[in-house]
Design a binder for this molecule. Structure first.
Ligand SMILES: Nc1ncnc2c1ncn2[C@@H]1O[C@H](COP(=O)(O)OP(=O)(O)O)[C@@H](O)[C@H]1O
Ligand SMILES: [Mg+2]
Length: 258
């Protein structure tokens, strides 16, 4: 059984089919590069997967459960986490606070528990800080030293690292990355992706779907590529297979390939 199985996924906005009968399978351990021209439906796919939009048609089965009409909180709890194309960090808050926002499923003790059992509450906060420090360190050794810094003081690559840690804090089984390279150089993007692939933390190795324009990054880390065009799957295969496919070249370049 696949970790994720999407069948006939269609998302219409008025007369526009941003996704059109899309079938996608993700296996445990996959790193999938999701590519396609601007407006081809990549972000919409993530939005439908994470419950921001309910698909017009089709089904999403994750880890054996139908999650098609679930809300974003339920989908996060089921084990799918994401980052966003445009950074969504609170710049005035610290690295710790921003990462903790991804940990909401574990902050479930309630207000009165925290007021009455203050000692337990403070211990829980200390444990969380230690865990997040170790997580930051596992991604990048220097990041852990910045745990108390406001995110607004960090470089772009560190901000992207924080976003990835926030997505990882709930131990997802599937991680969706929407153009993590935005605002970074090619070298920085490559470095960030290498760090993510090499990261060892709590034995959790989520499968990954990566939307990325920088094809050298896709080549470097993906085990399989899916190409979208006008909301449809244009082709799927290894990096070499899809990039040598004339139909893909035509979709990107908009010209006949001879
Ligand atoms: N909320 C929305 N309302 C209307 N149209 C949308 C909405 N979200 C996306 N679209 C449209 O769906 C298409 C696919 O967009 P998107 O998934 O963002 O593409 P990509 O991420 O591949 O660049 C575009 O034509 C976009 O304008
Ligand atoms: Mg997009």
């Amino acid at each position: 059984m696949s970790l994720l199985s999407c069948t006939g996924l269609t998302m219409r906005f008025g007369g526009l089919a941003a996704l059109n009968r899309l079938d996608v399978q993700v296996e445990e351990g996959d790193v999938i590069g999701l590519v396609g021209p601007n407006g081809s439906g990549k972000t919409t796919f993530f939005n439908v997967l994470t419950g921001i939009y309910t698909p017009s048609e089709g089904h999403i089965v994750f880890d054996g459960k139908d999650i098609t009409a679930r809300n974003p909180q339920e989908i996060c709890r089921a084990g799918i986490a994401r980052t966003f194309q445009r950074s969504r960090l609170c710049l005035e808050l610290t690295v710790f606070d921003n990462v903790m926002m991804g940990n909401s499923k574990n902050l479930n003790m309630g207000f009165w528990h925290n007021v009455i059992c203050r000692r337990a509450f403070f211990q829980e906060c200390r444990d969380d800080e230690e865990r997040i420090r170790l997580m930051l360190k596992a991604l990048n050794p220097t990041l852990a030293d910045k745990i108390r810094k406001p995110v607004g003081e960090l470089s772009m690559i560190d901000r992207r690292r924080v976003e990835i840690c926030r997505a990882l804090t709930g131990r997802p089984r599937l991680l969706l990355l929407d153009e993590p390279s935005a605002g970074m150089t090619q070298d920085e993007t490559r470095q960030l992706m290498d760090e993510l692939i090499a990261m060892e933390f709590e034995g959790n190795r989520p499968s990954i779907i990566l939307i990325e324009h920088e094809m050298s990054v896709i080549k470097r880390i993906s085990s399989r590529c899916i190409v979208l065009n006008f909301g449809r799957k244009l082709c799927e295969g290894s990096y070499d297979e899809v990039t040598s496919n004339p139909v893909v070249q035509q979709a990107y370049l908009g010209t006949e390939v001879v």
